[in-house]
Write a protein that binds this ligand. Sequence first.
Ligand SMILES: C[S@@+](CC[C@H](N)C(=O)[O-])C[C@H]1O[C@@H](n2cnc3c(N)ncnc32)[C@H](O)[C@@H]1O
Ligand code: SF4
Length: 378
Amino acid sequence: MFRLSQTMRELITPTPLKPARKPAAPVVIWNLIRRCNLTCKHCYTTSTDINFPNELSTPEIYTVMDDLKAFKVPVLILSGGEPLLHPDIFAISRRAKDMGFYVALSTNGTKISAANIDEIAAINYQYIGVSLDGIKETHDQFRRVKGSFDQALHGIHLCLEKGIKVGLRFTLTQDNAHDFPALLQLMDDHDIDKFYLSHLNYGGRGNKNRKDDAHFSMTRDAMDLLFDTSYEWLKAGKDREFVTGNNDADAVYFLHWVERNFPDKVEHIQAKLEQWGGNASGVNVANIDNLGNVHPDTFWWHYDLGNVKERPFSEIWLDTTDPLMAGLKQHPRPLEGRCASCHYQAICNGNTRVRAAQTTGNFWAEDPGCYLTDSEIA
Ligand SMILES: C[S@@+](CC[C@H](N)C(=O)[O-])C[C@H]1O[C@@H](n2cnc3c(N)ncnc32)[C@H](O)[C@@H]1O
Ligand code: SF4
């Protein structure tokens, strides 16, 4: 995940380069339930409105949570399917908070209502991310349920009224790139704290529908607008958070933006970006699915590292007998193709291995989602 606004602040108030912090354990994105009331076109969990068998029970979830805490996992992002359909979501969230995790909820927003907003507020989630994949019809068509945009926006309003930190999450594709400026406007109009622009990753229905991934020109236009907006708002004193995901080339593209706009700051920004180090799958990001299978990140559901019902997460995570995990943890990674010869490998770390694997069968092939030109990576 590329923290754009944090890096952008370095242009205005540079901070010294301190030694890189190495987190003891990864952030865990945990799909507690696969059931969902929506059937989005890009969904990596291929969720639908049925009960999926053999999911982790609540006592099993608690056993895993104890192991994660002992392993020093700092952050749990509770996700799904739709996590608010989990019958014990509030008990699970409360327990995670009581144990001292940073707890975020990743939701489609449609199940946030007047009936449960007090309970949601009482959990005191550090952050609630609500997906908006366009305005009105664009969102409803993408998420395949009419009215889901209005419901999600209603959920966002309820959170804002309670003072909950809420963010929009938007996955850019050919279907919705045209609505991106309007979503930024919506963010501004409602004074929403955070915007997460995600690129399409090739898992589940996202892989099935990968032909609808944004063209490079759309991605570049979207990133230009994101950088300009982030800078202008920062200058105007609007302290909002912008992050991007699933395309670490964003950081390199940003460095070129800095070269054009703030040539005297390039060296500093480059050093900061290299310290961040790009793609963190299998290192600082982990995933546990609804059945308890562990993956290097959420988009590797077709690749199991082990199951928490059989072995503790902490043991599975440290096991590098698996060739994918061994390569992800290697530095530099054993990259091939354009990624191998890229001048900015230290910033991007080879981007998203899932897209490479899904399109070629080779984990280490170049990422077809890299939208940088040959001269931009030379
Ligand atoms: C799987 S959903 C679960 C939480 C909730 N149901 C929701 O939609 O926000 C988590 C996030 O992953 C995003 N997502 C799903 N499939 C994706 C894909 N193939 N590429 C990138 N993001 C994806 C969704 O848009 C959502 O923001
Ligand atoms: S992306 Fe979220 S809302 Fe959409 S089908 Fe998947 S789990 Fe449900």
